[in-house]
Design a protein around this ligand. Structure first.
Ligand code: APR
Length: 228
């Protein structure tokens, strides 16, 4: 029998137990930094060093972090399901846990991007310094989608969710669009689950498993494995 397809929509909460700050929890990144000073094209134009420093700091945190039991449970699910992860996260912890199909809609902090050609460059753990230029002579930027910019791969994400047998939303407040609109795309007969610590409103049709992803995801994957 064909393997069921599982699409995972993940956010910062899946990496919280790896020590990476989320955005909107108490003490999160947006409690300590202003989005408008570090996460918009205007901010980069106005004060590129402040923006570069913000992402250099976060990149070093990512490099120090290790995948947790939640990332590992999702990677292990590939034994029984065709799994695609569509993540808002710019860390590479899903890949480092072993997930083979990962789509980063908000970019990947381990890469730099030319703001002229869009070409990507693997930073190999290095910071981006003021004065580091792309081949076209412009200041290199982090390969991270800023507020006010288009996100990557949204059409592909909609198609994947609309075709999925199982849709799993993990560790996201579902407050940022258009990513959050993906919860409206599952088929009526898809099995839909939400794993997160806290949420303002559970999307219609989703089975809510409240708690830490490192606890709730392995439990849920064990349940689903019986139905594979
Ligand atoms: N286990 C499960 N869920 C958790 C955990 C945990 N250990 N810790 C926190 N959470 C949940 C929180 O309850 C919250 O619902 O993860 C979610 C984190 O929400 P946000 O901080 O808003 O992060 P996210 O939803 O990924 O933000 C989306 O906003 O700022 C932009 O581009 C940025 O990609 C980011 C986007």
């Amino acid at each position: 029998m064909a393997r069921k397809s599982m699409v995972v929509l993940s956010g910062a909460g899946v990496s919280a137990e790896s020590g990476l700050a989320t955005f909107r929890d108490n003490g999160g990144l947006w409690d300590n930094y202003s989005v408008y000073e570090v996460a918009t094209p205007e901010a980069f134009h106005k004060n590129p060093k402040l923006v570069l420093d913000f992402y250099n700091f976060r990149r070093q945190e990512v490099l120090k972090a290790l995948p947790n039991l939640a990332h590992q449970a999702l990677a292990a699910a590939e034994e029984d399901f065709d799994v695609t992860i569509v993540t808002q996260n710019v860390d590479d912890l899903h890949e480092r846990a072993g997930s083979s199909q990962v789509i980063h809609v908000h970019g990947l902090i381990t890469q730099a991007r030319s703001s002229v050609s869009g070409e990507l460059f693997d930073l190999k753990g290095q910071d981006i310094q003021l004065g580091d230029q792309c081949p076209e002579g412009a200041q290199l930027r982090p390969h991270v989608v800023w507020f006010g910019e288009y996100i990557n791969h949204m059409d592909e994400a909609v198609e994947l969710v609309a075709a999925a047998d199982i849709v799993l939303v993990v560790g996201t407040s579902l407050t940022v669009y258009p990513f959050a609109s993906l919860v409206d795309c599952p088929r009526p007969d898809a099995q839909c689950y939400l794993v997160t610590q806290d949420i303002d409103a559970v999307p219609s049709g989703f089975d809510y498993r409240q708690g830490p992803a490192s606890v709730e995801l392995p439990k849920l994957m064990h349940e689903l494995k019986q139905l594979a």
